[in-house]
Write a protein that binds this ligand. Structure first.
Ligand code: HEC
Length: 108
């Protein structure tokens, strides 16, 4: 392989890696792990680490999304969700919607 072809091949592989990275970033299961939700709400939103933390799998997506937004912007702060507020800078609204859809489609 000539150096020129090698360069083109390398660039091609990097493009593939980058585009698959973007696809992954908007995959609910990956976001749920990467943005630390799993640390408190447990595997697939069904095994919260504390008995007073909510199970969120199988809940309606609009409700899930609304609560995430309220916890993030501080509208909802009268309960232990205050613990969650600290990580909400890690996730934007589009990503929250993806996670909400993913959670809603999981068994309860
Ligand atoms: C530090 C622990 C922690 C982390 C991390 C965390 N949460 Fe939470 N979450 C909580 C707690 C605690 C509550 C509220 C419990 C209560 O109402 O008293 C909550 C509430 C929620 C609710 C509302 C549930 C309901 O029934 O009203 C949703 C939805 C939610 N979390 C999703 C997420 C998502 C998505 C992530 C990741 C971006 C996340 N949480 C990260 C602890 C956490």
């Amino acid at each position: 392989m000539t150096p020129h072809k090698l360069l083109i091949t390398t660039a091609g592989i990097m493009c593939m890696a980058l585009s698959s990275g973007v696809a992954l970033a908007l995959d609910g299961a990956s976001l749920y792990r990467e943005r630390t939700c799993i640390a408190c709400h447990g595997d697939e939103g069904r095994e919260p680490v504390m008995s007073d933390y909510p199970k969120i799998a199988g809940q309606k997506a609009p409700y899930l999304l609304a609560q995430m937004k309220k916890i993030k912007d501080g509208t909802r702060s009268n309960d232990s969700s205050i613990a969650m507020k600290n990580v909400m800078h890690l996730i934007n609204e589009d990503e929250m919607a993806v996670v909400a859809e993913w959670l809603a489609n999981l068994p309860r």
